[in-house]
Design a protein around this ligand. Structure first.
Ligand code: ADP
Length: 643
């Protein structure tokens, strides 16, 4: 009943603690949720502020650029010559200023375009000057004479004539079989740099001619060098070439140095945007437009004046580095009306972002501001981690507390259960001798003994029962004193063999009455031990009593004494019911009784071995059991030997 109540109390306690833990976890999670919401709100506010700042700065940059373009489109030629390079000097490497006038299109910086939309008009024909030389070269194949005819023209005052003469000279020398002289002549031609010769920059014509010579000579190294020089020049936009010429010579030259690598996308997009600008040159007015080539966007901003149109073709790098400076607390991106990212980096889909539509800002892009990725791993998660850790530790502590309390309570319950078993057993233990004594004394008082012999028999039985009662009470008193630590041992040095013999002799009397035999083997040199005679006798008596009690079938018990190392060992062996391995340690605890003892209704209170264990420990000794269920047990008492 009491145990049941205790169990209920324990359950109520655990349930309360669990409810508390659950409440704690719930509160922690709420705290985290609120914290996250708060942090999200802060990030959103940061993004809003960053977006407003970015819009203002982009609007300012754009209108400043437009003002400058207006000024350029209306400037005098002299002012333009100074202002255009200054404007271009502030552009990033993927941007260019285009000035479209009656005479064609000029790019600033000069060499930024891979090719120009429309090549210059063909150079003035100077064919008449070369009629004789051409006739000698082509019709009569008289190359030496043609070379002689070209001599004076190569010294002509007009560089265009000189350059054409140089080209023909190099060609005729080659045809006449003098390849070294031809190469030298091409070298001379290259010195005219970008001067157009028969529609091509002189340098390109010279490279092309020399490549043919080296190819014919099978001079692979020189051919490779020449092709690399031409290819490098083409890629750096060194010459004003039409798109078709650019692509032809790029394939010619770059093809000879291996597979031609693709054109740099930014430069290609810029050249194509310039082409588009040129194609729409008559549209005039003012405007902004984003054009794409593959994945490269170019923003075209233009202003037209009476004389010319000034166009800024701005690449991604210019906008990112100059206009879209990174701002703390937000990451910015610009997208075109179709949602393609023009500048900056797109945010991950899950990240909240602030958007400023092009229609609202009057910018050519939609602006996106989002929390930078590292802000997710910054101060906010650190705080969350702290709360989580605290929560986790708390839950762990509470769970550990529950575990230990549970364990202690389970132990208490077990002790309680054992105690109530003990009370039941001890009552029984007392009742049996008391009942016997009462009956015997009643019979004696009632004169029911027939003769003197029977009367003596009754007296002997009464003496045996009172002895049993005495031992029971002594045992319990000893146990109580031992528990309270109130027992005082009177130590003396004993001859172990002599002592054991006297205890066994005493026990034999009680055993023989139950028809048990005790066999003692105390041979060998008797060891000497220091002990309390009465206490040690109590230990041995308990063990002998158990050996008899738990051996219902075999009515013989063996007692032995031996010296092992520096210890005296007393062994008490029976061939009784034995003890299962799981019980072998527990039986030395107070109130613990084995399952075999209970199932066979063998009398006992479960304190005998606990008393024995405590007394032996007080003698600095040890007690051990070896047992096989069904075969018997051996209890050994080990005591330190003295000199
Ligand atoms: P009790 O004998 O009064 O039950 P003990 O403390 O003397 O209490 O013994 C504890 C338990 O150990 C016993 O209940 C029994 O199960 C087991 N036991 C002790 N000695 C023996 C033995 N010689 N043979 C078998 N079991 C034993």
């Amino acid at each position: 009943m009491v145990l049941q109540a205790k169990r209920h109390l324990l359950l109520i306690f655990f349930a309360t603690v669990l409810v508390l833990v659950a409440a704690l976890v719930w509160m922690g999670l709420q705290l985290l949720r609120q914290d996250r919401a708060l942090a999200g709100q802060r990030v959103r506010e940061q993004c809003e502020a960053a977006a407003d700042l970015a819009v203002a700065s982009l609007q300012e940059q754009l209108s400043r650029t437009e003002e400058q373009l207006t000024a350029l489109s209306a400037a005098s030629s002299a002012d333009l010559a100074a202002a255009a390079p200054a404007f271009a000097g502030r552009l990033a490497a993927d941007s260019v200023l285009l000035v479209l006038g009656a005479g064609g299109m000029d790019a600033y910086p000069e060499h930024r375009l891979l090719f120009v939309p429309d090549a210059d008009p063909p150079p003035p024909v100077v064919g008449a000057l070369f009629a004789d030389a051409d006739a000698l070269e082509f019709r009569r194949q008289a190359f030496r004479e043609a070379i002689a005819a070209l001599g004076p023209l190569a010294r002509h005052a007009d560089p265009a004539v000189r350059a054409e003469a140089q080209l023909r000279l190099a060609r005729c020398l080659w045809k006449s079989g003098d390849s070294s002289a031809s190469l030298a002549a091409y070298g001379g031609l290259a010195r005219f740099r970008s001067l157009p010769v028969m529609g091509l920059p002189a340098e390109v014509a010279a490279h092309e001619g020399r490549m043919l010579v080296f190819e014919a000579r099978a001079d692979r190294n020189s051919l490779h060098r020449e092709a690399a020089a031409l290819c490098g020049g083409l890629r750096s936009g060194e010459w004003r070439l039409s798109r078709r010429a650019y692509e032809f010579y790029r394939n010619e030259a770059c093809g000879r140095i291996g597979s031609p690598p693709p054109d740099p996308p930014e430069a290609l997009a810029l050249a194509l945007a310039a082409g588009e600008t040129w194609a729409n040159r008559r549209a005039g007015g003012a405007g902004r437009r984003i054009v794409w080539h593959e994945n490269t966007p170019i923003l075209l901003v233009w202003r037209s004046g009476a004389e010319r149109t000034a166009v800024a073709a701005l690449g991604r790098r210019h906008i990112e580095a100059d206009w879209l400076n990174p701002r703390p607390g937000a990451r910015l991106a610009l997208s075109d009306p179709e949602g393609r990212i023009v500048a900056g980096a797109a945010a991950r889909a899950a990240v909240p972002q602030t958007v400023r539509l092009a229609s609202a800002t009057r910018l050519p892009w939609t602006l996106h501001a989002s929390a930078p990725e590292d802000s997710q791993a910054g101060a906010l998660p650190a705080r969350q981690r702290l709360v989580m850790t605290a929560l986790f530790t708390l839950v762990l502590l509470v769970l550990a507390g529950i575990y230990f309390i549970g364990r202690a309570a389970a132990r208490e319950l077990e002790v309680g259960r054992l105690q109530s078993d003990f009370v039941a057993s001890i009552s029984h233990e007392f009742r049996t001798p008391i009942t016997a004594l009462r009956q015997l004394s009643e019979m004696l008082a009632g004169g029911r003994a027939v003769d003197e012999g029977e009367r003596q028999e009754f007296y002997r039985a009464m003496a045996a029962e009172s002895e049993r009662l005495h031992r029971l009470v002594e045992g319990l008193l000893n146990f109580g004193r031992l528990e309270a630590g109130a027992i005082e041992f009177r130590m003396e040095t004993l001859d172990a063999a002599e002592f054991l013999t006297s205890v066994v002799a005493e026990f034999r009397k009680s055993a023989e009455a139950r028809e048990y035999e005790i066999e003692l083997d105390a041979g060998g040199t008797p060891p000497r031990v220091r002990c309390d005679r009465a206490a040690l006798a109590c230990v041995l008596w308990n063990l002998l009593e158990n050996a008899v009690k738990y051996s219902p079938d075999c009515r013989r018990v063996w007692v032995g004494l031996a010296r092992e190392g520096l210890r005296a060992v007393i062994r008490i062996r029976d061939r009784g019911i034995g003890i299962p391995p799981v019980e072998q340690k527990r039986i030395f605890q107070k109130f613990v009784r084995g399952a075999g003892a209970k199932s066979r209704s063998i009398r006992g209170a479960g304190v005998g071995l606990a008393i024995a264990g405590q007394i032996v420990a007080a003698h600095h000794g040890a007690i051990a059991v070896e047992s096989v269920p069904g075969e018997g047990s051996v209890f050994s008492v080990l005591l330190p030997e003295v000199e």
